[in-house]
Ligand binder design. Structure first.
Ligand SMILES: *Cc1c(COP(=O)(O)O)cnc(C)c1O
Length: 367
């Protein structure tokens, strides 16, 4: 398939017949939402694929994160990073808590663990780091700090589907990890999200918050919302899960071609490959240094757009620059995150991106 333009992301789709076949019995059983058989089957499939003991599914990743913060009864301040999608910080603020912004490290753009402790106050209740672009945070150091100060840890693992550190699947770190199953993510249910956790007691709390705070039909013991995953969405997940290994492998081929063509180019810096990590090839961020490369990030993005190739300034702007927060709380400056956000461009990457398209993109950048 030759396209007229190359988008930055493109959802994976299962074969049409497979999806139609998967949803057919909904016309018989009329069980469309509310932890139906497909929801349950998807929970089981995801526990197995993600190598976790517990998972809860939600309407989307953002609500899952809001519910994780709510369900763990966090209070006061949460230490997080501003180099992320709006969702991470908004989930904290929507819970009426204060985000405290920690800087990131220059190699893999995850939280700089040497700067966490100086941000801890008596009001800190948790750390909410991001496995950004599928790079795993320094989970061991974070665990050590959390234990020392008695803090909870929630990971934004929206980018980290299927990743492992050594033999440990990423969803096993911290108290809770949030995965996004949005259409543009490595694995998707169109819209959807999941929380994985070690302590099974959270299952019941998350289920109640997800269902209006209700317990059965007549008892409402806690405040809740509506964040259920439908059977139509779970069906998409069941189909996509059957093809996930192959989809990730195809992304890997495209990423390797990018790396071959762009490694060592003066003024271009690629994200460091983490040792001992099984990757999912979710994103391909590139850092441009105008002094050495001759063009800055915005100029490269414009040039690509002129050639009908759409890259994304992901993540720009930083969440600590959002006007929404201007008068809400004190905002910590994060110099490294700012430098990265001002110079980074995420290039197109998805399973159906051909090697020829990767070559075409690199040719535009390098000419
Ligand atoms: C996609 C994403 C989310 C939100 O997930 P949705 O499923 O779109 O609500 C949160 N954090 C990060 C880092 C993301 O990329």
């Amino acid at each position: 398939m030759k396209r007229n333009s190359i988008p930055v992301v493109e959802p994976s789709m299962p074969p049409y017949e497979e999806y139609i076949n998967e949803i057919k019995n909904l016309w018989d059983n009329r069980w469309l939402t509310h932890t139906g058989p497909k929801h349950q089957a998807l929970e089981n499939g995801l526990c197995e694929f993600l190598g976790v003991d517990n998972i809860s599914l939600f309407a989307n990743g953002h609500l899952a994160l809001e519910i994780a913060i709510n369900g763990l009864q966090l209070t006061g301040e949460i230490i997080t990073t501003p180099f992320t999608f709006a969702s991470t910080t908004q989930a904290i603020v929507r819970n009426k808590l204060t985000p405290v912004f920690c800087d990131i490290n220059e190699n893999d753009y995850t939280i700089d663990v040497t700067k966490i402790e100086e941000l801890i106050t008596e009001n800190t209740s948790a750390i909410l780091p991001v496995h950004v672009y599928g790079n795993i945070c320094d989970v061991h150091k974070i665990e050590e700090i959390a234990n020392k100060y008695n803090l909870k840890v929630i990971y934004d693992a929206a980018h980290a589907f299927g990743i492992k550190l050594g033999n440990t699947p990423v969803g096993n770190f911290g108290d809770v990890s949030m995965f996004s199953f949005h259409a543009t993510k490595v694995f998707h249910t169109v819209e959807g999200g999941g929380l994985t956790y070690q302590d099974p007691k959270y299952k019941d709390i998350f289920a109640k918050i997800r269902q209006f705070g209700m317990e059965g039909q007549e008892s409402v013991p806690i405040v809740g919302t509506n964040a259920k995953m439908t059977e139509i969405h779970a069906a998409m997940g069941l189909c996509n899960l059957r093809h996930i290994t192959e989809e990730i492998a195809k992304r890997g081929l495209a990423m390797n071609r990018y790396r071959e063509l762009l490694t060592g180019v003066k003024g271009i810096r690629l994200c460091e490959v983490q040792e001992n990590v099984t990757p999912n090839y979710s994103y391909f961020p590139v850092l441009f240094n105008k002094d050495e490369f001759g063009k800055d990030r915005d100029e490269v993005a414009d040039l690509l757009a002129k050639n009908n190739i759409f890259a994304r300034k992901y993540f720009y702007p930083l969440t600590n620059g959002f006007s929404a927060y201007k008068d809400m709380f004190q905002i910590q400056e994060t110099h490294i995150a700012k430098k990265i956000a001002d110079n980074i461009l995420t290039l197109p990457l998805y399973s159906d991106l051909s090697l020829e398209e990767v070559e075409q993109i690199c040719k535009v950048i390098l000419e």
